[in-house]
Design a protein around this ligand. Structure first.
Ligand code: NIG
Ligand code: FE
Length: 399
């Protein structure tokens, strides 16, 4: 296995007791796809005999970024709906009129596998250019057995064909398709059956639902979660985005990996998430793009010690963002996170939100997924916006 050494680096390991897990003049050794050693340059193990040695001349090294909430696979766009919203229509009104998610479902069903793959691949590459090495991709724009499985298969194919880890999430309970109008409970029955088939084909890593007035009730969400539990699949939830349905407490009861959005989260929900170790996934792109005014309860989450993650929530309706760096800036400016909290949100806490303990930090034994940056200090990654200082992305060690 190739042993490779990067030296003369500033390193934010996001691990240990120092702020940022900081190492001022550091080095990192990777063996194959794992980190063999990381520390101060003067402490490089004497017996290490790397085949390759790179002088980074002071560049910043961080864990590869993790975008742990995306809806990357879909057809069409919703730019016309954006114009309608600018003229006064609300996101909920557009959804109730049959636009919104339903219009993306129609465009997704009409697209061929290759078109879906090509557009999702372009989006994934845009994220990767900013140092992203792991992404989560949800289904939820197919809403039939065939089309949900197709979208999950496209997501899996992205993970197989790109130098990128892809985690898939089944989100059939995203919206009610028109074939099931007035029969939401029948739809949930069907979605639970599809889940077993998707799981049998190895297409699903986790299960999500949209628990809200324009989504599904908490009783319907519970049925989806029971189906997931029966298959041994972890759950997460679009919770408390537009209203408080007490979804976070419900998800916590099922040991959810994360609850996402959370603008309307209450004290009970926070306590339940804390008790279950559920990550609070904040999505500043959707908050911004829907011009929300109710902030998620950041101070309370912080005080309770609930880990906070940040993601793009990339989707055509509420967050057409393809920059995790911009989300860092928004998490600070809109949500008042510190740059270090925001960065933990796209590394160590994002890994927790995906149930992955082999990445998100730089430590021996973990994956050598790295981002190299032309900045002096990681707080600059949250400070600037509209620029991309990523010099290089390393996925799973050498080259
Ligand atoms: O995460 N809240 C539900 N789902 C997406 C938006 C979906 C859409 O509008 O297409 C979200 O914001
Ligand atoms: Fe989402």
């Amino acid at each position: 296995m190739t042993l490779k050494l990067w030296r003369h680096a500033r390193i934010a390991t996001m691990s240990g007791d120092q702020p940022w897990g900081w190492i001022e003049r550091g080095a990192l050794l990777a063996e194959g796809e794992r980190i063999a050693w990381v520390g101060a340059e003067r402490d490089i193990p004497r017996d290490a005999q790397p085949q390759q040695e790179i002088d980074l001349q002071g560049a910043l090294v961080t864990p590869g970024l993790i975008d742990a909430h995306t809806h990357l696979v879909y057809g069409g766009d919703r730019a016309a709906e954006f114009e309608q919203r600018l003229q006064g229509a609300s996101y909920e009104e557009i959804a109730q009129r049959g636009g919104g998610i339903a219009s993306t479902v129609a465009a997704t069903r009409a697209a061929s596998d290759d078109v879906l793959f090509a557009s999702a691949q372009r989006r994934a590459r845009t994220l990767m250019a900013e140092g992203v090495t792991t992404i989560e991709i949800k289904s939820g724009y197919g809403l039939s057995e065939q089309h949900e499985a197709r979208c999950l298969a496209v997501a899996r194919r992205l993970g197989n064909e790109l130098p990128l880890s892809v985690r898939t999430t089944s989100l059939a309970a995203h919206a009610l398709p028109k074939e099931y109008a007035g029969r939401a409970d029948d739809y949930i029955d069907a979605a639970c059956r599809w889940l077993a088939a998707q799981h049998a084909r190895g297409l699903v890593d986790a299960v999500d639902a949209f628990c809200d007035t324009i989504g599904f009730t908490s009783a319907q969400t519970r049925r989806i979660f029971d189906a997931a539990r029966a298959l041994g699949l972890p759950v997460k939830l679009h919770a408390e985005q537009l209203s408080n349905q007490h979804g976070a407490a419900l998800a916590a009861e099922y040991g959810a990996l994360s609850c996402d959005h959370l603008e309307h989260l209450d004290a009970q929900g926070i306590a339940a998430m804390r008790a279950s170790g559920t990550v609070a996934m904040l999505l500043p792109g959707a908050y911004y793009f829907l011009r929300e005014t109710k902030l998620p309860p950041i101070t309370e989450l912080r005080t309770a010690g609930v880990p906070i993650a940040i993601a793009t929530d990339h989707n055509p309706g509420s967050s057409p963002a393809l920059s995790l760096l911009l989300m860092l800036n928004m998490a600070c400016t809109l949500f008042r996170l510190t740059p270090e909290e925001a960065f933990a949100g796209v590394t160590v806490h994002a890994a927790c939100a995906l149930g992955l303990n082999d990445r998100g930090r730089l430590a021996p034994g973990l994956r050598a997924d790295l981002a190299l940056w032309d900045v002096e200090h990681p707080r600059e990654l949250a400070y600037r916006f509209g620029v991309n200082p990523c010099r290089q992305r390393i996925f799973g060690g050498p080259p």
